[in-house]
Design a protein around this ligand. Structure first.
Ligand SMILES: [Zn+2]
Ligand SMILES: [Zn+2]
Length: 261
């Protein structure tokens, strides 16, 4: 397969329908070399992974590595942005247990203290200047303070200045995701992101094994704009994830669940 990895997928551990093995099997059939199992973050109200499950995921994945040595599987989460100050629901103590961190905006997320000024306008579908500025600041702060490897579905349910977000992704070495289920950006917005020269990655966001490795929507959208597939970090190459590089980010999020949100 022209794509070498799919780094954003879900299983029964959060919102998905299949087992980790079902997804690995599908990845192996497709000839993918790498697969990220990235369950919904701990503070999601409906589909959250429980912290205690990370160890069970890890041991299953280690067993599967014997059975399917051709697919390298990463233990991950799709974290939630919890506040305009960029807090996410990955604690410092979670980091050693994770191989990869995907992060994005989701509705129905628990935040302490509550952040109604952040969640309500988005959940109501508002897109006024104040909302856009707040969301853009939230993305920028989250990227600065946390080792986010992939920013999932930017702008989805969360209108923002995508050019600014793309610049920040480039600066911090986070991949800007083209999501296989939904791309909320207009062609103009997508073209603006491409102009900023950030690195794209295509993900399936599969919630069932049969969709693992389905990149048809990202491919369709970028081909329409004449953006070469080589701009995708997982197309005929393997991505270099920020959290796995020597150079560390500038900020930190040790108090992800702390007082100052
Ligand atoms: Zn998501
Ligand atoms: Zn997802």
């Amino acid at each position: 397969m022209a794509f070498w990895g799919d780094y954003h997928t879900h299983t029964v551990y959060s919102h998905g329908k299949g087992s980790i093995e079902d997804s690995v099997l599908k990845a192996a059939k497709l000839g993918l070399r790498e697969l990220g199992i990235t369950e919904h973050g701990f503070n999601h109200l409906c589909y959250n992974l429980r912290r205690g499950e990370l160890a069970r995921m890890r041991s299953q994945i280690e067993m599967l590595a014997q059975k399917y040595p051709q697919v390298k599987v990463y233990v991950g989460v799709e974290a939630n942005i919890l506040s305009p100050k960029g807090k996410i629901d990955v604690r410092g103590s979670d980091k050693p247990k994770l191989d990869i961190t995907v992060c994005g905006y989701h509705k129905l997320v628990r935040a302490f203290p509550a952040q109604p000024q952040y969640f309500f306008p988005n959940n109501l579908g508002l897109s006024g200047a104040k909302t856009v500025a707040r969301n853009t600041a939230a993305y920028l702060s989250a990227l600065e303070k946390n080792e986010i490897d992939i920013l999932s579905h930017p702008g989805n349910s969360c209108k923002c200045d995508v050019r600014e977000v793309a610049r920040a992704c480039k600066y911090f070495g986070t991949y800007f995701e083209l999501n296989g289920k939904r791309i909320s950006l207009s062609d103009d917005e997508l073209a603006a992101v491409a102009e900023e020269d950030c690195e794209f990655i295509a993900s399936s966001d599969a919630h069932e094994p049969r969709r693992v490795g389905d990149f048809s929507l990202p491919v369709k959208r970028i081909e329409k704009l004449g953006i070469p597939l080589s701009r995708l970090a997982n197309y005929e190459r393997l991505p270099q994830f920020r959290s796995r590089k020597e150079a560390k980010h500038t900020g930190d999020n040790e108090n992800a669940m702390g007082e100052e949100l």
